[in-house]
Ligand binder design. Structure first.
Ligand code: ZN
Length: 837
C-alpha cells in the first residue's frame, strides 16, 4: 500500500512537473523569438511539442502538404472542457450556419466563438509566424490566467504558416546572406530579396488571391477544413513597406454592399481594442485606408462573405525588413518589434472576441438565417446552361461551387431574367440546366460570385472589380429575380468508349480534351486537327476537332486503339469512333484542310525581368492542369539557348532585355522565320511592339478638342484619387472573335476578356490576323475610369502575326489570370498546339 502511495505520488509529481515545465518557444528553440528567423520545420516541431504536452487543451490537426512537401497544420486551443467536445462544437457551429447535413437544431446558448488566426500567407512577410509561436505560448502558458479565462468561451484556431514553401524560400535565403549580426542599413544585400521572392507559393501564386478559386494545393486543403469549421472571426496577417505604421481594422472603402452593418461595426470594436494596447505602448497605427473589401479571394473578404468578421492586419516589414532595418524616420525596426505587434493584435483579437462571444454567435446565426430566408441581393436564382459542348467547363464550375459549399441542382421549365450574353432581360426555357438558388446558407457567396454587375461603394480598389462566373467560365447563363426551383441533383457521367478500326474524333471542348491530346502526343501518336467543321457517321464536329488515324501511327500496330482509349478513359473523355475518312459534309481526312501535328517542345521564359506571377500561372498550368512538359529557361539565358530545341517559346509579362542586343534579337527573329512559334502575353506584347514586330499600340488621342481643359486643375487632398479616371482595375470586355482562326477554335464568335490595363493595339494589316477585337465600347462589367473608357475601343486584343514559316501569337490580356479565368485557357492551348502548326 505504501509502495502504491509512493508510486502514485511519484507519478503525480512527474506529470505535474511536465505540465509545469512546458517550455516556452525560447526554451524549446534556444533563442528569444524575434532575434533570428525560425525555419518552418522548427515551427512545426514547437507546435507538435505543445500539442503533445497539452493534450487536454490543445489539439493539432495536419491538414495537408505543400508542393515542396512541407506540412500544413492547425492547432485548436481552448479550455479542457471545450477541447473534449471539440467535434460537437464544430458540428453545432455548422448547424448555427444551417450548413450541417443532419438538419438537427443548433444550440446557440453557450456556443463558444471560433477565432481563426492565419499567419504568413505571404511567405516573405515573416514576422507573423514568429508571432504565432508567441501566441500559442501565451494561450498554453500555465502561468497566464488571463488567456485561460478567454478560452472558456472561445476556441482559437492557429494556422502558424499558410505558405511554408514561400516562408522557407525567404528565410533560407536571408540566413544565407546575413552576416554575424544583422546589418540595418537598407542598402545591404540582406534587404534585397532575389527573384521570385518568398511572397508566393512554389508555383509563384499569390495565395491571398486564391481563397475562392482554390487553384493551389495549399488553398484547396485549407479551405476544405475552413468550411468544416466556419469561424466567427478570421485574421490574415501581413506585412507592408518598412516605413508604414501598423494597420488594423476597420477596413477602407470600397466595401461590397453585402457586408452587414454588424460586420462593419464589430471591426470598429476590434480596432478600438487594439488601439488601447498600441496607445499604451506608444506604437503608431492607421485604420480605414488602403485595404478594401471587394475581391472575394482574400483572407478577409472570403471569411466575410462566409459570415465571419474577416480582417487583414499589416505590420511594416516584409522582405525589406530583414531582422533589423533603419526606416525613414531613423528608427531601427527589428523582427522582434514586428512579431510583438502581431502578437499584441492576436491576443487583443482573442480577448475582444471572448468578451463578445455571445453576440458574435448570435449575429453569425442571423447572417445564415437571413441567407436561407431572404437571400442576398435582388436575384433569387441563377441558371447556367448545361450544353453538351460546354460540359467540361460546366463540370469545372460545379467543382468550384462544391469547393465553396454552394448548393445547386438541375431543373427544367421556363424563367425570366438577365441574360449574361445579351445583357438584356429576357424570357428563357430551362432544359436540364444548372440552377443555383440564392436562398441557401452560402447566399452571399452566390451573389458575390454570380452577380452580373457588382456595386462598388467607391472605385479606389486595388484589385479587379469583375469576375461574374458565367463570363469567367464562358458559359451561358441568366440571373433571375424569380425563384426557380431545381428538381434533381446533377449527376456526373462516366464515359465508356467504344472500339474502332479506322479512327477516333475528339471535339475540341476544354482542358480535359487538351490533357488527353497532350498525353497522346507525348506517346508519339500523330494527330490531326480539322480546320473546317465536318459531319461524319451522323455526328457534327466543329473546327479544331482532333482526329486519330491509323495512318502515320503504324508503329503502334494493333495496340494503337487500346492506347488511345486508355488515355481518354483516364481523363473521362468521349471518343467518337469513325469507320471511314470519307466525310458526309466538309473536308475528308486526307484534305490539306486537315492538319497533322506533333508534340511541340515548349519553353517558358522565366527569371529576372519576367513577372513571377505571370510565369507561375503558366508553369502551374502545364504541370498541374494539362500535365504537359515545359522547360523553364531564364530570360537572360535565352540568347545562349539552342534554338533548334524549341518549337514554342512563351513570353509572359516581362521586359526581355535580350531583345535590345542586336545579335540576340536577330537570332530570335531568325528562329521565328524558320518556323519558331512565339506566344507573347500582356507586357511582352508591348516589348515586341517596340522591337518592330508587326503590332502597334494604339495611341491616346485626347488632343482632339481645343477647349480649355479644366481637368488639369487638381485639388491637393484628392491626390490619391486622381489616378482613378486612368484606371481599369480588371473589368470585363466582350471581344469579337474570328473563330475560323485556330487561335479561337472551340469558342463561339465572342470571348469575355478581363482587361487589366489600358493597352489596346491597332488592327494588324498584311501579315496579321485580328482574331480578337473590341469594337466600340464593349465593356460588360466592372469599373473603368472615364478617360480609359474612351480609349478602350476599336482595337485588337488577340492577334497572330505570320513571320516567314513561324508565327507570333499576341495575347495582350492575361488569358490565364490567376488560373481562375477558365475560359481563357483553351485559347492559350490553341496557341500552343494549333497556331502555326
Ligand atoms: Zn501580404
Amino acid at each position: 500500500m505504501i509502495r502504491k502511495i509512493v508510486l502514485t505520488a511519484f507519478l503525480f509529481t512527474v506529470l505535474f512537473s511536465v505540465q509545469a515545465q512546458l517550455k516556452s518557444p525560447e526554451e524549446f528553440l534556444g533563442y528569444k523569438i524575434g532575434t533570428r528567423y525560425t525555419p518552418h520545420w522548427k515551427i512545426v516541431n514547437y507546435f507538435n511539442y505543445v500539442a503533445a504536452n497539452s493534450t487536454s487543451t490543445v489539439k493539432l490537426e495536419k491538414y495537408g502538404e505543400t508542393n515542396e512537401g512541407r506540412q500544413l497544420l492547425v492547432t485548436f486551443i481552448s479550455s479542457a472542457e471545450n477541447i473534449q467536445r471539440l467535434d460537437a462544437i464544430r458540428l453545432n457551429n455548422l448547424r448555427l450556419a444551417n450548413l450541417a447535413k443532419d438538419k438537427a437544431a443548433p444550440i446557440e446558448e453557450n456556443a463558444p466563438a471560433i477565432v481563426w488566426l492565419s499567419y504568413n500567407v505571404h511567405g516573405n512577410e515573416t514576422s507573423s509566424s514568429e508571432a504565432a509561436l508567441m501566441t500559442i505560448w501565451a494561450l498554453v502558458d500555465p502561468s497566464n490566467n488571463k488567456t485561460k479565462e478567454w478560452l472558456k468561451n472561445t476556441v482559437v484556431v492557429i494556422d502558424p504558416c499558410i505558405n511554408p514553401d514561400g516562408r522557407d524560400r525567404y528565410v533560407n535565403w536571408y540566413n544565407s546572406v546575413v552576416g554575424k549580426t544583422a546589418n540595418a542599413q537598407r542598402m545591404s544585400r540582406e534587404h534585397r530579396e532575389p527573384w521570385p521572392g518568398g511572397r508566393s507559393n512554389h508555383y509563384n501564386f499569390d495565395l491571398n488571391r486564391d481563397w475562392a478559386w482554390q487553384t493551389q494545393i495549399e488553398s484547396r486543403q485549407r479551405i476544405k477544413l475552413y468550411n468544416e469549421w466556419m469561424p466567427q472571426i478570421h485574421v490574415d496577417y501581413h506585412e507592408q513597406g518598412i516605413n508604414n505604421p501598423y494597420y488594423f481594422a476597420p477596413a477602407a472603402q470600397p466595401y461590397h454592399e453585402v457586408i452587414t452593418p454588424w460586420q462593419r461595426d464589430f471591426q470598429v470594436t476590434i480596432g478600438k481594442n487594439h488601439a488601447k494596447y498600441f496607445d499604451a505602448n506608444g506604437w503608431l497605427y492607421f485604420t480605414k485606408e488602403v485595404f478594401d473589401l471587394y475581391y472575394p479571394s482574400y483572407g478577409d473578404t472570403y471569411p466575410i462573405y462566409n459570415g465571419a468578421i474577416g480582417m487583414t492586419y499589416e505590420q511594416g516589414g516584409g522582405p525589406g525588413g530583414g531582422s533589423a532595418v533603419i526606416n525613414n524616420e531613423g528608427d531601427t525596426l527589428t523582427l522582434l518589434d514586428r512579431a510583438t505587434h502581431h502578437f499584441t493584435t492576436s491576443l487583443s483579437t482573442i480577448e475582444i472576441s471572448s468578451q463578445n462571444a455571445t453576440k458574435l454567435v448570435k449575429e453569425y446565426r442571423k447572417f445564415f438565417n437571413d441567407a436561407v430566408t431572404t437571400g442576398a441581393g435582388e436575384y433569387k436564382s441563377y441558371v447556367v446552361r448545361n450544353n453538351a459542348k460546354d460540359k467540361e467547363r460546366v463540370d469545372l464550375l460545379l467543382d468550384l461551387l462544391d469547393k465553396n459549399g454552394i448548393q445547386y441542382g438541375v431543373g427544367s421549365g421556363a424563367g425570366k431574367g438577365f441574360n449574361y450574353q445579351t445583357g438584356k432581360e429576357e424570357s428563357f426555357n430551362i432544359n436540364n440546366d444548372i440552377i443555383i438558388s440564392s436562398l441557401q446558407p452560402k447566399s452571399v457567396m452566390v451573389k458575390v460570385l454570380f452577380e452580373p454587375k457588382g456595386k462598388l461603394v467607391d472605385s479606389a480598389t486595388y484589385d479587379i472589380t469583375a469576375w461574374a462566373l458565367p463570363y469567367a467560365y464562358g458559359l451561358e447563363g441568366y440571373a433571375s429575380r424569380e425563384r426557380i426551383s431545381s428538381s434533381g441533383a446533377y449527376s456526373k457521367t462516366k464515359v465508356s468508349n467504344e472500339e474502332t478500326t479506322y479512327g477516333y474524333i475528339l471535339p475540341w471542348n476544354g482542358l480535359k480534351t487538351v490533357k488527353t491530346v497532350g498525353q497522346l502526343l507525348q506517346k508519339g501518336i500523330l494527330l490531326r486537327y480539322a480546320e473546317q467543321p465536318f459531319e461524319v457517321n451522323g455526328n457534327k464536329f466543329e473546327r479544331g476537332a482532333v482526329i486519330v488515324l491509323k495512318t502515320a501511327n503504324k508503329s503502334f500496330g494493333a495496340n494503337l486503339w487500346a492506347e488511345v482509349r486508355k488515355v481518354a478513359d483516364a481523363n473521362n473523355i468521349k471518343l467518337y469512333p469513325v469507320s471511314t475518312g470519307f466525310v458526309d459534309k466538309g473536308y475528308d481526312f486526307g484534305s490539306d484542310k486537315v492538319h497533322p501535328f506533333k508534340a511541340p517542345k515548349v519553353v517558358l521564359l522565366t527569371g529576372d525581368g519576367v513577372s513571377s506571377l505571370g510565369a507561375g500561372e503558366i508553369w502551374h498550368f502545364f504541370e498541374q492542369q494539362i500535365d504537359y512538359p515545359v522547360t523553364l529557361v531564364n530570360a537572360v539565358d535565352i540568347a545562349r539557348a539552342n534554338w533548334n530545341d524549341i518549337d514554342v517559346l512563351i513570353m509572359p509579362d516581362g521586359n526581355y532585355r535580350f531583345l535590345s542586343d542586336k545579335a540576340s534579337a536577330d537570332a530570335f527573329k531568325d528562329w521565328i522565320n524558320k518556323g519558331g512559334r512565339v506566344i507573347a502575353l500582356e507586357g511582352a506584347v508591348g516589348v515586341l511592339s517596340r522591337a518592330d514586330f508587326g503590332i502597334k499600340m494604339k495611341k491616346d488621342d485626347d488632343k482632339k478638342d481645343d477647349k480649355v481643359n479644366y481637368d488639369v486643375l487638381k485639388k491637393f487632398e484628392d491626390r490619391d484619387r486622381d489616378f482613378i479616371p486612368n484606371m481599369t482595375p480588371g473589368s470585363i470586355y466582350k471581344v469579337e472573335l474570328d473563330n475560323t482562326h485556330p487561335l479561337a477554335y472551340g469558342y463561339p464568335n465572342y470571348y469575355y476578356t478581363l482587361k487589366m490595363d489600358d493597352n489596346i493595339y491597332d488592327f494588324m494589316k498584311e501579315d496579321g490576323w485580328n482574331v480578337g477585337v473590341i469594337k466600340k465600347d464593349n465593356q460588360v462589367a466592372g469599373f473603368v475610369g472615364t478617360k480609359l473608357k474612351e480609349k478602350l475601343k476599336d482595337g485588337l486584343v488577340l492577334g497572330v502575326q505570320q513571320m516567314g514559316n513561324g508565327s507570333v501569337t499576341y495575347l495582350t490580356d492575361n488569358v490565364m489570370f490567376r488560373n481562375f479565368w477558365e475560359n481563357g485557357k483553351l485559347m492559350f492551348c490553341n496557341a500552343v498546339f494549333f497556331v502555326g502548326q
